[in-house]
Design a protein around this ligand. Structure first.
Ligand SMILES: *Cc1c(COP(=O)(O)O)cnc(C)c1O
Length: 473
């Protein structure tokens, strides 16, 4: 059992130092490949030596995603308590597929599912599948949607598949997250067959355009909305979308990978008004709840629809009794780890008020960062900071988009090279912007102040550089 202690020691050493590290990997992917390269071992080595070698070789290629000033993409920072629960999940070695076989795994999941529905204030009768993330969550929820819609037309999709089935019209926002298109693709809805609905400057779906496009289509309809656009953090107008879905007898699904947590905060909750009228939702645990990867939730109002699309049955597998949770009937996988434990631990550790305080604090810090850098000449905050996302444009109106892209890239290269904060870019409305996602559990006011200063300094350095090439090279 020494190997557990070795891993524990290495993990503790890493996590207690991570906030003092520069926020970038020391070595690149190719350098790490060279470090790990070697033939398949003919003979094994002792377990502790394996773990020490993994840590000795591997640490230089770690991205400090758990660092309080990691602002890349939208990623959580895995709270220690949830990581610890996840260790137990692995050490206990439970296969969470069957409730009667691994009672603790299924019971904890069932309780955590109830807590999630309560804190997110979604219909308490909804089914919650513990999936690997929002992509898998959309896959599961949209499979339920597909089955349910087609059943209404007398078509049994689970039995007869899609060939020859009535058409289902799929409506997505023009600023849809790419993972939704992937989920649609896995389900036999081609990416190109979706109807893209116009959005406003913040990436919110325009309800009038959705209504118009729905009116132009006959037949079954699936509408996919979004809570928390990845660049702007914006929320679709759910109350209007729910009305349109109702009028069209459509299934309304919401990709709310991080935005759904706004519902846990009384001040932010109005952003989600009407979202509870949808038919399905996905939200991640591994983003704002600070649960380790891979953890997300597929939430479907019609529990039966989710079970019909996901259930795995065989003579040698236990059946589901009335009132029992059979985890393998709610997710795509059969064998999997006890994913509910880390979610249970996060909610137990933070409590309702702790989740609200964390989400609220992150949003306040995002507003603070945006307000301060907006004072700097040449930096433009391109979004209304309604949540935790801030996007910045660098350069003046007269510079032109190409030149501004060079400027933004130079600032980001400078910041990443300095390693005080980590940020990455994206294309948004014809601009190349710097994205700041405030979502690390541990970020403090001081971290926000350091971030503001780092951006100011990098921008000053870029402007002072004799040529931009010297900065970008
Ligand atoms: C992160 C994200 C996803 C994908 O989630 P995964 O957990 O990475 O699968 C989908 N939609 C939105 C809005 C996201 O932010």
């Amino acid at each position: 059992m020494d190997v557990f202690e070795t891993a524990c020691r290495r993990a503790v050493a890493y996590r207690s130092e991570v906030a003092t590290q520069r926020v970038k990997p020391q070595l690149s992917y190719h350098q790490m490949l060279a470090r790990f390269a070697g033939p398949l071992p003919e003979a094994g080595i002792p377990d502790c030596a394996v773990i020490n070698e993994l840590a000795d070789l591997g640490e230089a290629g770690l991205m400090p995603i758990t660092h309080p000033r990691f602002f890349g993409w939208v990623m959580g920072a895995s709270a220690p308590v949830s990581v610890a629960a996840d260790w137990l999940a692995a050490a206990w070695g439970q296969n969470a597929a069957m409730h009667s076989v691994t009672p603790t795994a299924a019971a904890v999941e069932e309780i955590a599912a109830g807590w999630l529905l309560e804190i997110l204030d979604l219909p308490r009768e909804a089914a919650v599948g513990f999936v690997t993330g929002a992509t898998a969550g959309s896959f599961a929820a949209l499979a339920a949607a597909r089955g349910s819609l087609l059943r209404r037309s007398g078509w049994d999709c689970e039995a007869d598949g899609l060939f020859g089935a009535p058409q289902v019209h799929v409506f997505v926002s023009d600023d849809v997250h790419a993972s939704v298109l992937s989920a649609l693709r896995y389900l036999g809805f081609g990416e190109r067959r979706v109807v893209r609905v116009d959005t406003d400057s913040q990436g919110r779906m325009l309800a009038e355009d959705l209504a118009r496009r729905c009116a132009a289509c006959e037949g079954l309809k699936l509408i996919i909305a979004q809570a928390g656009q990845i660049n702007t953090g914006a929320f679709d107008p759910f109350a209007s979308l729910a009305d349109i879905a109702h009028d069209n007898e459509a299934w309304l699904h919401v990709d709310a990978a991080f935005g759904l947590w706004a519902r846990a905060v009384p001040d932010l909750r109005p952003l989600t008004e009407g979202i509870e009228r949808a038919d399905s939702w996905v939200v991640d645990g591994h983003k704002w709840l600070q649960v380790p990867f891979d953890s997300g939730y597929a939430i479907v109002r019609d529990a039966d629809a989710l079970q019909r699309s996901m259930a795995i049955s065989a003579s040698y597998l236990p059946a589901k009794g009335a009132g029992e949770r059979l985890p393998s009937h709610l997710v795509p996988e059969l064998s999997r780890r006890a994913r509910g434990l880390s979610t249970w631990a996060a909610l137990k550790s933070l409590g309702r008020s702790g989740v609200a305080a964390m989400v609220s604090r992150h949003c306040a810090l995002a507003r603070k960062i945006a307000a301060d850098v907006a004072q700097v000449p040449g930096i433009l905050v391109m979004n209304d900071v309604v949540l935790n996302q801030v996007i910045l444009r660098f350069g003046a109106d007269g510079d032109g988009a190409e030149r501004r892209k060079v400027l933004a890239t130079s600032v980001m290269n400078q910041l990443v090279a300095d390693g005080i904060i980590f940020v990455a870019g994206a294309a948004w409305r014809g601009e190349w912007v710097m994205r700041i996602s405030v979502i690390s559990g541990a970020i403090s006011d001081e971290d926000a102040a350091i971030t503001i200063q780092a951006i100011r300094t990098a921008w000053t350095q870029v402007l002072a550089a004799p040529s931009l090439e010297s900065v970008t090279s």
